[in-house]
Design a binder for this molecule. Structure first.
Ligand SMILES: Nc1ncnc2c1ncn2[C@@H]1O[C@H](COP(=O)(O)OP(=O)(O)OP(=O)(O)O)[C@@H](O)[C@H]1O
Length: 796
């Protein structure tokens, strides 16, 4: 063909000469915008990662946002308006590569939002800040200590000399606490029902166990006094079951049973035992068949045995104790308790045991006096006596606990709160822990409460990473190895828990001179794992941190806990009081700190103040920057911004760890999702402080080492982006292809739970939600709406 030369007159542009780039993967929008970028019609968004040249905190200590070419300085207004790219729903263009999705679309770019910019500022701190020196703080008179200054010893309260001597010589209990002083004479003398209410850590367990044991020791059989004659023929384990103690969780039951066993060392003819599930029913039945005089049980398991175990004879039961009444109601045990009470009433018979009261006495025990406890009182107590501790205030005036408020914080407990922006939460917690354990011997044990099991798992991994920051993991490791252990029991529990992976050196805040061990605990762990972990933490004589859900908030008596951190505030203020009650027990000192977000959460301080009789003078505010400075900068660091750079480096390191390993990424995503779900389960009365709509999900993702927020968070009240909705729709379509049987299995596997929040409900019988308690109803509604499978959200 002849060349007509026509083409030479047209400019055809470069595009014809270049092969056209095909964009695959992602949505059509993503492909279109990627195409436009390639054609130069739209400027690419700046999402430089460290790997492509963005300076990190080290060479960009101010952490200002960097321009498209890496230059620092203020951005144009338009960029500032969007504030932070990571708040945008994740798209294929800004997402990290997914596992198993190679070659999807253009090479993903990362967003690294800076830690110290675009954070909302907290309200002006009007409260006194916690910058006093350690020694300068005023010491309040403990309100839950034994009354060693008083004249009363246990015999003066009516206990027999055997038991009183045993308390003094074997258990080293010299004087009763205020609640024991009030309850022992009452329960020894009278057979009326009682409601015992006292602060956390005030010795409520012995307040009901001592009179109970004393009265059972004094029983006569065949005309002989069992107690005085010590005639072993006169009594044996199958003389009858006289008392039942009900507690909401297995851990609590075990703890009560240990105290009881200790007491009964001076009366070995009385036999106590437990039925709490977690073991074969057959062995529990065998125990019941052998005969018990005192039974400690969870309500579900006892109800089950009452229905199915003929050998369980309750005709002689004359004492029923309902411990941790509010928790029993929270967990929905109302039906079981009503059923148990009915069976005890109908099966009660006259007994040949001399000294056994005609009618049954029921004792309800609780640290709080909220509506659901009153409801439990209504269904379980008749003409009950209200037993409360007589306390002396600072001025020496007598008053009774519970007069003005339903509950007060132990007076010697020092509480503070820190307002940390979402992005800064993880580094602030790390800084707090670094500072707490900086010096050997300053703090022995700390408990960190988070809202859900997934969050426990995530933080446990973050704080125990081998290559974590500037700390020396090996220092903690080797010092563990080298140490000559003297306590065999401690070792046994510790090694068991280490085998289960629930104990590791805390590399993120250990230092060579003070190695710290971290323990994890939540309701999704097997019972035996929980038991050994808790046992190891309780017995540990070295610096230790327990990171846990509310599974450890109630009733657990863990020695030497100096600090309680509520990294996620409790879902109700009552739960908060139980959590902080793990420290400052029995007159000892203790500190608690709650993390709040800037904004509505700051008003929660008003609720915290209500726990105090004096309006919260002891409540202080701790400055987040100060914490970061002390935690990351160290006292010797003179460079003013050094701590910011160090905190940024640490954060980036965690983010890399999360992004580079698919398992870690999955962990972080699940933790984030469950955290949001759990956030929606705050009780209605307190939801104005914890308004899920105010959460900045993009910023919060940073606290979970994520550079964008994961999609698919089905939380009622939380609006999804269009992008999420589309993805949900696709996912739903995929799921609907599942076989019927699979779907029903999934349904069966779902356990009741409080949204993503962990739940210490470990009784085996499922319970219907039927309490009048509005808060619990709301939470069970949230459970239904949350709809996540047990696997997905680690429901307890
Ligand atoms: N009179 C006493 N003298 C010394 N120690 C005591 C005395 N009474 C109880 N204790 C100890 O105090 C600790 C706390 O007791 P307990 O667990 O019964 O408190 P509590 O009021 O039930 O707390 P919570 O409300 O948190 O369940 C236990 O270690 C117990 O052994």
């Amino acid at each position: 063909m002849a060349d007509d030369g026509m083409l030479l007159n047209f400019s055809i542009g470069d595009s014809v000469l270049k092969p056209e780039t095909k964009f695959r993967g992602g949505s059509w929008r993503d492909r279109l915008s990627a195409k436009k970028v390639a054609q130069g019609k739209r400027a690419p968004r700046s999402r430089n990662s460290r790997s492509n040249g963005q300076p990190t905190g080290e060479n960009n200590p101010n952490n200002e946002r960097l321009g498209p070419r890496g230059e620092s300085g203020p951005r144009p207004n338009k960029r500032q308006k969007t504030e932070d790219e990571d708040f945008r729903p994740s798209t294929s263009a800004n997402r990290e590569p997914r596992e198993g999705a190679p070659g999807r679309g253009p090479k993903p770019k990362q967003i690294i939002s800076s830690l110290f910019s675009f954070n909302p500022t907290p309200k002006d701190a009007t409260e006194e800040e916690d910058n006093k020196g350690e020694g300068e703080e005023e010491q309040a008179k403990p309100s839950n200590a034994p009354l060693i200054d008083g004249i009363e010893d246990f015999t003066a309260l009516g206990l027999g000399s055997t038991l009183a001597a045993h308390l003094l010589t074997k258990m080293e209990l010299k004087a009763p606490t205020a609640i024991q002083k009030a309850s022992i004479p009452q329960l020894l003398k009278e057979d009326s029902d009682a409601f015992i209410q006292a602060q956390t850590g005030s010795g409520k367990t012995l307040a009901y166990l001592l009179p109970l044991v004393e009265r059972i020791m004094a029983l006569r059989y065949n005309g002989k006094s069992l107690y005085e004659s010590k005639n072993m023929d006169a009594v044996h384990r199958d003389s009858g079951l006289f008392a039942i103690v009900l507690a909401p969780t297995r851990e609590l039951c075990k703890q009560i049973s240990v105290v009881l066993e200790n007491l009964l060392r001076c009366a070995h003819w009385i036999v106590a035992g437990t039925v709490i599930g977690g073991e074969k029913k057959k062995s529990e039945k065998a125990r019941l068949r052998k005969g018990l005089n005192i039974l400690v049980a969870t309500p579900g398991r006892l109800a089950d045995h009452l229905d199915n175990t003929q050998v369980l004879d309750v005709s002689n039961v004359r004492w029923l104790v309902l411990d941790e009444g509010d928790r029993l109601m929270d967990l929905g045990f109302e039906d079981e308790i009503q059923g148990i009470m009915k069976k005890l009433d109908t099966r009660q018979r006259q007994s040949s045991v001399v000294g056994l009261p005609e009618k049954r006495t029921t004792v309800l025990c609780s640290a709080t006096l909220k509506m659901n406890v009153q409801r439990l009182g209504e269904i379980s107590l008749k003409d009950a006596v209200y037993i409360k501790a007589e306390l002396t205030d600072e001025d020496g005036k007598e008053g009774s606990e519970g007069e003005e408020a339903a509950f007060t914080v132990p007076a010697q407990l020092k509480q503070s709160y820190v307002v940390a922006a979402s992005k800064l939460r993880l580094v602030t917690l790390t800084a707090l822990m670094k500072r707490t354990f900086a010096r050997k011997g300053s703090v022995m044990k700390a408990i960190v409460f988070v809202s859900c099991a997934d969050s426990v798992e995530f933080h446990f991994e973050v704080f125990t990473r081998k290559d974590s920051g500037d700390t020396d993991a090996k220092a903690a490791d080797s010092s563990e190895d080298d140490k000559e252990e003297d306590d065999e029991k401690e070792n046994r529990d510790k090694s068991k828990a280490a085998q289960h992976g629930t104990i590791r050196p805390a590399t993120a805040f250990s230092n060579p001179s003070n190695p710290v061990t971290i323990y994890k605990l939540h309701g999704s762990l097997q019972q035996y794992v929980r038991t050994s972990t808790l046992g190891a933490f309780a017995k540990s004589k070295e610096p230790a941190v327990l990171i846990c859900t509310d599974v450890a908030s109630r009733g657990l008596d863990l020695p030497n806990v100096d600090l309680v951190v509520e990294y996620d505030p409790a879902f109700s203020s009552d739960e908060h009081l139980h959590r902080i009650g793990r420290t400052a027990r029995l007159g000892r000192d203790g500190r608690a700190m709650v993390f709040l977000l800037p904004g509505s959460e700051e008003n929660y301080v008003e609720i915290l103040k209500k726990g105090y009789r004096d309006g919260g003078k002891a409540l202080t505010r701790t400055d987040a920057n100060e914490l970061l400075k002390r935690g990351f900068g160290g006292n010797t660091d003179a460079t003013s911004r050094g701590w910011e750079a160090k905190a940024t480096d640490w954060q980036l390191d965690v983010e890399r760890w999360s992004l580079e390993d698919p398992q870690s990424l999955e962990l972080a995503r699940k933790a984030f999702q469950s955290h949001i779900r759990a956030y929606a389960t705050h009780v209605a009365a307190e939801r104005s402080y914890f308004n899920i709509k105010e959460l900045h999900l993009g910023h919060l993702a940073k606290a979970f080492a994520l550079r964008d927020r994961p999609s698919k968070i089905n939380v009622p009240g939380l609006r999804q982006t269009k992008d999420d909705t589309r993805k949900d729709f696709k996912a739903d379509r995929r799921v609907s292809g599942k076989s019927e049987s699979n779907a029903s299995d999934d349904k069966k596997r779902k356990k009741p739970s409080s949204g993503g929040r962990d739940n210490d409900d470990n009784d085996e019988k499922p319970r219907p939600a039927n309490s009048d308690d509005a808060a619990r109803k709301m939470r069970s509604k949230m459970r239904e709406l949350a709809g996540g499978g047990a696997g997905e959200f680690n429901l307890a």
